[in-house]
Design a protein around this ligand. Sequence first.
Ligand code: COA
Length: 328
Amino acid sequence: MAVHSRVYGTGMYVPDEVITNQDLARIVDTSDEWIVTRTGMRERRRAHGDQAASDLAIPAALAALDEAGITARDLDMIIVATVTPDTLFPSTACLMQERLGARSIPAFDVSAGCTGAIYAISLAHQLLSLGTYRHILVVGVEMLTRITNWSDRSTCVLFGDAAGAIVLGPSDDGVHGLLGFHLASDGGRGHTLHMPAGGSRMPATRDTVDRNLHTLHMRGNEIYKTAVTTMYDSCKILLDHEKLSPQDVDVYVFHQANLRIIEAVGKRLGVSSDKVFVNIHKYGNTSSASTLLAIHEARREGAIKPGSLVLQVAFGAGLTWGGILWRW
Ligand code: COA
C-alpha cells in the first residue's frame, strides 16, 4: 500500500501540579494500594485554575512544529481532538490558529472521546493523500479534571490533564508513515461514559449543577470489558489487512486508561510486555492526549526508532474506538 503521510514532529505538555494517590486518599475513601493495583496509576497532573485547554495545547504544538522544522505560518490546517475545549464555541482549534499566528487556514475540533487523536490523525492523513494540504497540526488536549466529580472515588482517581501534538505532512519515500487506520463507533453504548448536562438536551441550570450532571459519569466495569474487546478488534483488523502477525509489531501504544486493560489486550494478542509502551503511572488517563503523550515519550526513550512498526490504538466516549498502523 502506498504511504501518503508521515509524522514530521511530535510534542507534549503537562501542567506542573502533580496529584499523587496519597493526595487523592485525603479527598475520598481510597488508598495508594487500591489505585496502583486496580489501575497502575501513581500520579497525574492537574492544570492551574487559570489554564484552559488551549494553554496546554500551545506549548505541545510549538514543540511539534519545532521538531518538524516549520513555523505556524507553514500550517495548512489545525485539528484539535478534545471533549474539554476552552469554550463550546469558538473551537479550541480556532483559538490556537490565532494564538499560534497561523494564516487563516481551516481549524476545527473533533469530539471522539479518548479516540479523538486517532480520528483526527486519520482525517488529516486522508486530506494529505488528496494533495490539497502539506502540513496539518493535530492536537489531542484534555482537562478532564475540570469535569470530574471530586466526591466520586470510582472516577476522580483516574484522570489527568495534558496535551499532545503531532505535525503530519506528505511521505517523502512512500515507505515511512501511516500504513493504515481503523475507526469505529457504537452510539448505543454512549450512556456508559457521558456528561449528561451542558448540551442542548439538558442546558445548565442551578439544578443540573447541584446534581453534579456537568461531570463525567461512567459505568467502569462495562467500559473495562468494552475497552479490551474493541482495542483487540482494531489491532486484529489492521494486522490482518496488512497480513502481519501481532509479533511483527515493534511497539504497541494503547490508550493509557488502565494498566490492566493494556495488559489484557497485550495478552490476547500474545505479545510480550516489552513491546507494550506504558506511561500511565505518571499521567493517569489523559483521554485524547494519551496516545500522543505515549508516542512522544516512546520516541524520546528510544523505544520507537526510525523504521519501527508501531500500532497506536484507543477507545473512548461515544463509544468510539480505532487504531493506526505506522512505519516510523
Ligand atoms: N478506591 C477504593 N475503592 C474503590 C475505588 C477507589 N478509588 N473506586 C471503586 N472502589 C470500590 C467500589 O466501590 C467497589 O466496592 P464494593 O465492592 O464494596 O462495591 C470495589 O472498589 C470494586 O469496584 P469495581 O468497579 O468492580 O472495581 P474495578 O476493579 O472494576 O475497577 C475501574 C474500577 C474504574 C478502575 C475499572 O472498572 C476501569 O478501569 N474501568 C474502565 C475505565 C476507563 O477506562 N474509563 C475511561 C474510558 S476512556
